[in-house]
Design a protein around this ligand. Structure first.
Ligand code: CMP
Length: 141
């Protein structure tokens, strides 16, 4: 169990005006925000970030969407952070997400599903490192 995870508020959620509501849920659920950046990914950055999906049929659609607009990348701290964040956001497909989860409330489709969450401690560390330098992360986590 680790205490670090990585989240993205995706372009659909930013465009729809849900950023503040999602950040409010992060805070109310006792996550500590170690780093947060408003940014627009290039296609190449999105491709690098989602490299593990490069052989999937939806890779081009996914990376085009993720580079289509502004997003917010966030490093989060909480005991058992990866699982806690995954529970809060709900299933990848919003149609299957439980009541009260972020994807149930703010996502519209499998591709445009409002938020991302790292799926393991190892990927959380890689993903935080992809967007943040050591100096940009509050160090006392
Ligand atoms: P995310 O948690 O960001 O990790 C990979 C993303 O791929 C996932 O959320 C979905 O948004 C997206 N994804 C997964 N399956 C599909 C699919 N069949 N078609 C389009 N996008 C998908």
């Amino acid at each position: 169990m680790n205490n670090l995870t990585f989240a993205i508020i995706k372009p659909d959620a930013v465009k729809n005006g849900y950023s503040g509501l999602i950040i409010d849920r992060i805070i109310k659920n006792d996550f500590k925000i170690l780093g947060m950046k408003f940014m627009r990914m290039t296609k190449a950055q999105a491709e690098g970030f989602y490299e593990i999906h490069k052989d999937k049929p939806f890779y081009d659609e996914l990376t085009s969407f993720m580079s289509s607009g502004w997003c917010i990348v966030i490093a989060l701290n909480k005991p058992d952070a990866v699982n806690e964040w995954r529970n809060l956001i709900g299933a990848t497909n919003p149609a299957e997400a439980s009541e009260g989860t972020i994807r149930k409330d703010f996502a519209s489709s499998l591709g445009e599903n409002a938020v991302h969450g790292a799926d393991s401690d190892e990927n959380a560390r890689r993903e935080v490192g992809f967007f943040f330098s050591e100096a940009q992360i509050i160090s006392n986590h």
